[in-house]
Design a protein around this ligand. Structure first.
Ligand SMILES: [Zn+2]
Length: 283
């Protein structure tokens, strides 16, 4: 059964300081810390071997860690070049294949940015190309219960306001939002403060996507922002930029949601995952 899960993106320094050397050791270590999720980043490329991915998958299963993966940052489904679209499709297919070796479920994808296109035109291309890649991965058996989790973005030129992401996810049931609340807050100049600020986003997702919105993917970290949105990730000690997790934790409980919540704090992804988990348990 689905449950709320917390975990880091990648390995923070204390993982190595405590004597670990390889990501294959991460699932056991995370379980010992009290966590139950782990995100593996292919941001700069998919460089893991199938064999290593399968070892991580077995260790994750043994330790009740749900593994997710983050697709390469250079995917852009709004690129007008068909050659580049085919490359993006390749990264989605290859990533889903490795995620399968992990025994994982969620594959986080940035859909793309406007480039020189009008926003509406970029969105139209993304819609068309999402339909194409969904058909491809369904036909070749790569989806098989997994979710492609389209992420809300933190800069104005990127496609990925929460309204855009929820709308794109209506295309197919294998598409689910990754709500990056740090991004949403940065893009909105500090728009996430109250319980209702979070609730209206999740209410919209449930209204448009139904039950599958309840097991959405979440990225949570505090993020510094300026006029042009996101500047850099911070850790949970920041008191200036936010957002705060506590109101979101209450919304998740009140709406009976079961998201996987991945912490992307600067240098403290695991440590801050535990802070988020503790907040969730006490609200
Ligand atoms: Zn991301």
């Amino acid at each position: 059964m689905d449950k709320v899960r917390f975990g880091p993106s990648g390995n923070e320094q204390i993982f190595y300081d405590e004597g670990n050397k390889s990501s294959t050791q991460a699932p056991k270590w995370l379980k010992e810390k009290g966590l139950s999720a782990y995100e593996f980043s292919f941001g700069r490329g998919i460089n893991i071997s199938e064999q290593t991915a399968k070892i991580i998958g077995q260790n994750a299963k043994d330790n009740d860690i749900l593994v997710s993966a983050h697709a390469p940052y250079y995917i852009n489904l709004a690129n007008p070049s068909e050659e580049m679209i085919q490359k993006s499709f390749g990264y989605i297919e290859k990533g889903l294949y490795i995620l399968d070796c992990f025994g994982g479920r969620d594959y986080v994808v940035h859909v793309g940015s406007c480039g020189k296109l009008e926003r509406e035109k970029a969105l139209e291309l993304i819609r068309t190309n999402l339909k194409r890649i969904v058909n491809i991965v369904k036909e070749n058996g790569l989806i098989n219960g997994k979710k492609i989790c389209l992420e809300t973005m933190g800069k104005p030129q990127q496609i990925g306001t929460y309204e855009e992401i929820i709308d794109l996810c209506t295309i197919d049931e294998c598409l689910v939002p990754t709500f990056d609340f740090g991004h949403i807050n940065a893009l909105g100049g500090g728009c996430l403060k109250t319980y209702d600020d979070y609730k209206k986003i999740l209410d919209l997702a449930i209204k448009k996507l139904g039950d599958r919105a309840k097991s959405c993917h979440i990225h949570f970290s505090k993020i510094e922002y300026g006029n042009k949105g996101e500047i850099r990730h911070l850790n949970y000690d920041d008191t200036i930029y936010g957002p705060d997790f506590e109101p979101l934790a209450k919304v998740i409980k009140d709406l009976n949601l079961t998201p996987t919540i991945i912490c992307e704090s600067r240098d403290r992804m695991m440590t801050d995952s535990l802070i988020l988990k503790n907040i969730f348990e006490r609200v």
